[in-house]
Design a binder for this molecule. Structure first.
Ligand SMILES: [Zn+2]
Length: 213
């Protein structure tokens, strides 16, 4: 009788511990997901830093003499570089070598990259849109005299990067700018739909492609 009571007690302890550990697992998973979904904000300008090591296929040393400290720029570059399935860029001015280099690196890994930009600004000196096109990245642009003035990007269709920042040295190193990073919400879905809408609207088969850029 006594032995049987002890056995039952042991079983209850084991069952309790098992339930507690399962509960802890689900709690930690919930907290992790909540943390991952929390929006992030990046502010610019940042001090001049080098993000080249992030763009290399294999991590390596960079002896450029500039700082390689983490900054809002390196956070943004890391996020773009994290794309595994798709990278959709919808930005007015794209002249930053750091951010365009991130886009080119993603494309170089075989990830589908699509770019929507402004026809006037893609034709200006310093724009990296021509480099994108030469690299084989699909680029579409607006077809009227108004600006395609958005500044957002979608990583894997589930992470939205949006804000005031043009992808230019002036925006990154000079201006007061903000970038908000939002994950897996209805807001992201709305931007995905806006990107697809513009992508279809600017289909080059419907227009003559701008000779510049
Ligand atoms: Zn460097």
């Amino acid at each position: 009788m006594f032995t049987s009571l002890l056995a039952w007690r042991g079983l209850l302890v084991v069952a309790g511990l098992s339930l507690a550990s399962e509960g802890l697992y689900y709690l930690l998973r919930y907290l992790k997901r909540r943390r991952e979904r929390r929006p992030q904000v990046l502010f610019f300008p940042v001090p001049v830093t080098c993000v080249r090591p992030l763009l290399l296929a294999r991590p390596g040393r960079c002896d450029c003499g500039l700082s390689h400290q983490e900054s809002a720029l390196s956070s943004l570059a890391r996020l773009l570089l994290s794309a595994r399935r798709s990278l959709d860029v919808c930005v007015f001015t794209i002249s930053s070598l750091e951010l365009s280099g991130s886009v080119l690196a993603v494309h170089g890994r075989g990830v589908r990259v699509r770019v929507v930009t402004d026809s006037d600004y893609m034709a200006l000196a310093g724009s990296q849109v021509g480099t994108f096109r030469k690299a084989g990245i699909e680029v579409r642009h607006d077809q009227d005299t108004n600006y395609m003035h958005h500044k957002f990007a979608l990583v894997d269709g589930s992470v939205l990067v949006t804000g005031s920042l043009n992808w230019s040295a002036q925006g990154i190193y000079g201006n007061k700018e903000n970038v908000i990073i939002i994950k897996n919400t209805d807001i992201v879905k709305a931007f995905v739909e806006e990107f697809e809408r513009l992508w279809n609207e600017y289909d080059p088969t419907k227009y003559s492609f701008s000779p510049q850029g």
